[in-house]
Design a binder for this molecule. Structure first.
Ligand SMILES: Cc1cc2nc3c(=O)[nH]c(=O)nc-3n(C[C@H](O)[C@H](O)[C@H](O)COP(=O)(O)OP(=O)(O)OC[C@H]3O[C@@H](n4cnc5c(N)ncnc54)[C@H](O)[C@@H]3O)c2cc1C
Length: 365
């Protein structure tokens, strides 16, 4: 059986590995000891008991393939080299190294225990402070404002964004619906307000923002200013370049610099999609089918190239019962409200689904 090496066991790498497990000898290399279901990290800030179910071991993910814990430091189309010196040879290599995000929404290092400790510490800080500021009006900032204002209606929550509307990149209608729901929960929205310097852009901190009278005085400040692609392993591939977001530029078959038998997907890769799991749900079926065909001897250029989602879908809960979403169907997408958003995502945050995909029924501790 031909070997496929997948680098990175986040949403993209794990889904692709599962999809290929029956047709290839999959070796998934991941730096962390557990998968981090970061979608639910936002609610974990108000309810850290969720941590027992969102840090999921990799041991039951693959039936035939193997998950190897390690950090890849060298890549070629023939295989990968790990930090401990091991070299794994393969017929196809796929890079899914993802992105970083401020704490406590994604781990800052490779220890998921340190991630859990940090998240619990932020929760304790949140409990002890009554004024909260969130900097960033994208999905993470909006969801966090929704979670905090739902769980702690007595706290003063301010959401600060440099953009004129919430959810840059999405429709005015979605932004307005979410803004109205947040305001009805008492969240103060400071739009068009640039924060030039933050005491810490990567971690919550107790401090002040000098953007207006409401933000003066000590408060708990959460930076939520977007994802940063992780792409250092691509550096050794000749001719690699990055787009304005720092994602690696790919050809129409998701290959960096047209490299043979080397593919990329997810947040690290400029696929034409936004950095979302919604996007990954389109990339994985295409790439697994394409790789299966290549392994069966079909020339890549005889196969259909990847086509990104024609429009952006997103699910944005405001706590467990409220929120709004755009489903990536029809030409312009379809906006749905609280009821559908709660059922699709807000109530359970896909936790049971990911536990099941990883072979677990309930708590993983
Ligand atoms: C708080 C939060 C909530 C979100 N909620 C949603 C949502 O509800 N819906 C949605 O569509 N999107 C959501 N997103 C975006 C989503 O999380 C990303 O699109 C997704 O994580 C990208 O998946 P990925 O597999 O490309 O990368 P990642 O999930 O970042 O995984 C990359 C993996 O690669 C590993 N890795 C990196 N380099 C190496 C190396 N050299 N060697 C070995 N391993 C390596 C990392 O340890 C990591 O496990 C959210 C993002 C955040 C921060």
């Amino acid at each position: 059986m031909k070997r496929v090496i997948v680098v990175g066991g986040g949403y993209a790498g794990t889904a692709l590995s599962r999809a290929l497990d029956k047709v290839a000898d999959v070796h998934l290399v991941e730096a962390r000891d557990r998968f981090v279901h970061n979608v639910a990290a936002i609610r974990s800030v108000v309810d850290p008991s969720l941590l027992d179910r969102i840090l999921i071991p990799y041991d039951r993910l693959l039936h035939r393939g193997r998950v190897r814990q390690g950090t890849v430091t060298g890549v070629s189309a023939q295989g990968v080299r790990l930090a401990d010196g091991e070299h794994i040879e393969g017929d196809i290599v796929v890079l899914a190294t993802g992105s970083r995000y401020a704490s406590p929404f994604k781990p800052q290092g490779d220890s998921t225990e340190a991630f859990a400790d940090e998240l619990r510490a932020v929760h304790a800080q949140l409990e002890s402070m009554n004024k909260i500021a969130i900097v960033g009006g994208g999905a993470v900032g909006v969801e966090l404002a929704g979670e905090i204002s739902t769980a702690y209606p007595g706290k003063a929550v301010t959401l600060v964004s440099g953009s004129p509307a919430l959810m840059p990149g999405y429709s005015d209608k979605l932004a307005e619906t979410l803004a109205a729901q947040l305001r009805s929960k008492g969240v103060s929205l400071q739009l068009n307000t640039r924060v030039d310097t933050l005491a810490s852009p990567d971690r919550p901190f107790a401090g002040s923002l000098d953007t207006g009278p409401e933000e003066a005085g000590t408060q708990l400040v959460f930076p939520a200013m977007g994802a940063r692609p992780v792409t250092t392993v691509f550096d050794q591939i000749p001719g690699v370049s990055r787009d304005s977001q720092g994602r690696v530029v790919l050809d129409a078959w998701l290959r960096p610099a047209g490299a043979q038998h080397l593919f990329a997907l997810g947040d690290a890769a400029a696929t034409g999609d936004p950095m979302t799991i919604v996007a990954i749900t389109r990339q994985v079926p295409w790439l697994s089918k394409t790789i299966a065909a290549v392994l069966a001897g079909r020339p890549l250029d005889s196969l259909p190239p990847y086509r990104p989602w024609p429009m952006r879908g997103i699910l944005v809960p405001i706590g467990p019962s409220d929120g709004a979403s755009v489903l990536p169907v029809l030409r312009n997408g379809v906006q749905v409200g609280k009821w559908v958003t709660a059922r699709l995502k807000g109530r359970e945050l896909f936790i049971p689904r990911y536990l099941k995909e990883f072979g677990y029924d309930g708590a993983t501790q």
